[in-house]
Design a protein around this ligand. Structure first.
Ligand SMILES: NC(=O)c1ccc[n+]([C@@H]2O[C@H](COP(=O)([O-])OP(=O)(O)OC[C@H]3O[C@@H](n4cnc5c(N)ncnc54)[C@H](OP(=O)(O)O)[C@@H]3O)[C@@H](O)[C@H]2O)c1
Length: 250
């Protein structure tokens, strides 16, 4: 009994926002194998319950819609109360639409999720880690963060926002004396999930491979990681190509 209690205490703790499918869900499975206790979130309760059924001792279910920022704050502190300290927060929730006609409902939903909701999560995570003097925040942005795009302007803009916010938090960690707060920006290209929509998809990475590469980057506490790695080459080109050439070529 005493041994079991100690085992519980030594478990690392994580929250995964957007754990119901895709990248977030695959990362939960890797964390479970690595002996983490994980709070899983998302809107689809049945998907969260499935995870709980598979790993009853390591999963805590907290359904939420990150567009409702007051609710996000409430469940965040419920998890903190339950876990006491949090070692890792992975922010994978997001939406993306191909929306060339700029239909407002899709633009608004993307802003409320990828910008407003995600900012709430970033601020909660950073302030907690600052107070704890330790912790690791991982945001899943995108290669889309680097430039504009004609078919999905709001998605690309929201990812540029996330990239800049994560970089700002990284810069802010300078003020944390312990130097034990880390910020990682994961920038996938195309990963084989429901989100990989639209024409012109190439170098589609299988979900399992992407999750393993992301988890490796997390363990190394990388500041930025491209998934798969060869997207780093595309990133170099994207950063220097002039807008007129993007207009002509895409
Ligand atoms: N797949 C790609 O090619 C790719 C490339 C670059 C970047 N990314 C980024 O990777 C992240 C994960 O996407 P994915 O590819 O794994 O797609 P996914 O399977 O569609 O996962 C998206 C996750 O976000 C959650 N989510 C969406 N809206 C939410 C809301 N309002 N409140 C709470 N949770 C919400 C979803 O859960 P519920 O629907 O249950 O709420 C789901 O768990 C996203 O941020 C995406 O932009 C993906």
């Amino acid at each position: 009994m005493y041994f079991y209690a100690n085992l519980q205490i030594s478990m690392k703790t994580a929250i995964v926002f957007g754990a119901t499918s895709g990248i977030g869900k695959s990362l939960v499975e890797l964390l479970i194998k690595d002996n983490y206790k994980v709070a899983v979130t998302g809107r689809r309760l049945e998907k969260l319950e499935e995870l709980k059924q598979s790993y009853p001792n390591q999963i805590v279910v907290k359904q939420n819609d990150i567009q409702k920022v007051d609710e996000v704050e409430k469940i965040f502190f419920e998890i903190v109360d339950e876990f006491n300290t949090i070692d890792l927060i992975i922010q994978s929730s997001g939406v993306g639409f191909v929306n060339p006609k700029l239909a407002w409902d899709k633009e608004a939903q993307t802003i409320h999720t990828n910008v407003v909701g995600v900012t709430k999560l970033y601020t909660l995570a950073y302030n907690l880690f600052k107070q704890q003097e330790h912790g690791h925040l991982v945001g899943i942005s995108s290669i889309a963060s680097l430039r504009g795009n004609r078919s999905a302007p709001v998605y690309f803009a929201s990812k540029a926002y996330q990239k800049a916010y994560l970089e700002s938090l990284y810069i802010k960690t300078k003020s944390i004396k312990s130097k034990q707060v880390f910020i990682t920006d994961i920038r996938p290209g195309f990963v084989d999930t429901a989100m990989a929509l639209g024409d012109g998809i190439f170098w589609l990475v299988p979900l399992e491979k992407a999750a393993k590469q992301i988890y490796s980057a997390i363990k190394k506490k990388k500041r930025v990681a491209y998934i798969s790695k060869r997207w780093a080459l595309i990133a170099v080109v994207l950063k220097i190509v002039p807008a007129w050439l993007l207009k002509k070529a895409t």
